[in-house]
Ligand binder design. Sequence first.
Ligand code: ZN
Length: 496
Amino acid sequence: MTAANGTNVLAIGIDAAESTLVRQLIEQDEMPALKSLLADGQWLRVQSPAHIGSGAVWPTFMTGAEPTTHGVYSEWSWRPGSMSLSRYNGRHLTPFWTRPALQDIRIGVFDVPFAQPTGVSDGFEVSEWWAHDTTDAGLQAGPKEILSLVKNSPAHPLSANRFVNTTPNNQINLKELKAACVEGARLRGQLARTLIKETKPRLSLMVFPEIHHASHQMWHTMEPNHPVYNTRKLNEGRAPEPLLKDVYRAVDVQIAALVEAAGSDATVMVFALHGMRPALGFPAFLAPLLCERGFSRLANWRSQSWSKRALSLLAATKRHTPDALKKLYYRLTPTAATHKLARPTMLPAYDWANTRAFSLPTDQYGWIRVNLMGRESQGSVSLDQYEETCGELKALLLGLVNDEGQPLVQEVVRTAANAETALSNPLPDLVVHWLDAAFAWPVRIKDSKVHAEPVGKKSTGQHASEGFCIYRGAHAQDLGGVVAAKDLGRLITESL
Ligand SMILES: [Zn+2]
């Protein structure tokens, strides 16, 4: 690999832009900047580990490694040593832009999700100016003068209001959210152009997260008649305005200005690592189902200490917690622990000795971890039982049907090929991809007493696996129209 071509590279990620919608908007002349890039360049399909979880894609891009190596699949990671979850902070990942091949090249990096600044002495690094996926680090920027430049720029409208309480059928709210995303994209483009103009990096790498944020909450405005929305009255019978399209257009306008500023001899890449599709919340019945079928057992109430008891009660009643119990919870947990416990309380207290497999908290696919001896500190499944346990789980899941006999599970992905590789596997062992019937509200599982109401019902979009890259430059000729997310960093480096 050399870094001697002397070409400037502008790489722009549009997080979670759906490739089929982008193609459609290009054909309809709604994204003229992308249309013109495509006319002079080529379309590549991007294959990413989105089938494991949306949280895996950016760390894969950043490090050039598979999720089994970098271990990130969610904002929360399972820690087998402590049998608990910990929040992602990104400190253990080494991004490709710190590699020796790029040592003498000035770089600018702006809001790559999950990436932390690496301490460059020129160029710029900004993380979480505004992010859809946040870490516990918050806004960081460097060198010093860049931090003050960023702090003195207008703030992203979504930093004051993330519109998390927006409901799919409240058009007024959705329009406000759309306006904030459109304005956020404009301010982001403006800030990026200022940073690039001030520091003149050879490589500018930036990400627009506004489409990602908007898509989770307004995908139904693009496909209002999709059957997954049938069980719920959205839009009060009226056809909604395709609000999300305006956010795509706003990002395209900013890309036009950035490409123009980069000049006609710059290599330009516009890419998404995963896409979006219709959904309605996500199924959350795996934990009780695994208890019902004897794979997991909750810890005996009496055997727990009184404070742990209060916490596990809180986990069970999280959504309807009476104020008195909330107060008790905050009294029981020191301040530092409160944040850490905010989401992991979704994990009930298990009786590990009698738990062979358990589900991990998710906002997308079903995630199941085998309680493996030699890996989990309180493991109960021996190495030679691993294969059989995975087989039993797979058979259970693929056999799940609703009352009408419709299957609920599309496929079950194994992340470790065998027990030996599972020993060092940081990921959930099984990833459950749901069929549309699993998103019904409510879903009645045949031969089960588990009450299966999906959660996150305000979310009408969920990630699809395929990404794309529009590449205008001289180094993607031999790729055969497809590139892996982990190899995009190499493509960027070779283009410089
Ligand atoms: Zn997402």
